[in-house]
Design a protein around this ligand. Structure first.
Ligand code: FES
Length: 141
């Protein structure tokens, strides 16, 4: 019986350790905290998208035309974000996140998380979209 309590206590402590280390997912397909504004820009709430707390964290979303984009945390600075269009610059296929890069499923081009091309056949970086960063949100577009 004593062992059952120890295991249980250990499991609880491990769970708490994970929570207190601040481990948050580094990718999110935004279902909340993303608002398409009347002017077509997209507002991403920082508090509602915890993936962006970590360098390399991403949030994916679509604009009002159904185009796919990602907002990427590119550095420790509170203003270090980059928004990229997820259409491959080779022939337009939507790239997908694979670990710490974007990969095109069509012809296997690879891009760094910030959109820089790493492996062809694509020759150009993923297209960047301007961002405006405030304390609570990032406005894309
Ligand atoms: S469309 Fe992406 S590599 Fe060809």
């Amino acid at each position: 019986m004593q062992n059952d309590k120890d295991v249980s206590r250990r499991a609880v402590l491990c769970g708490l350790a994970v929570l207190t280390l601040g481990l948050v997912p580094d990718t999110a397909i935004a279902a909340t905290g993303v608002k398409v504004l009347a002017n077509g820009k997209v507002e991403v709430s920082l508090s509602r998208n915890p993936a962006l707390k970590k360098v390399g964290g991403t949030v994916q979303f679509q604009d009002r035309n159904g185009q796919s984009f990602a907002l990427v945390r590119t550095g420790k600075s509170s203003s270090a974000y980059r928004a990229i269009n997820l259409s491959c610059t080779h022939e337009g296929e939507k790239v997908v996140k694979s670990g710490t890069k974007w990969v095109c499923p069509e012809h296997r081009a690879e891009f760094a998380l910030n959109g820089d091309v790493k492996v062809g056949p694509a020759k150009a970086n993923l297209v960047q979209v301007p961002v405006k960063v405030s304390a609570t949100k990032v406005t894309v577009g």
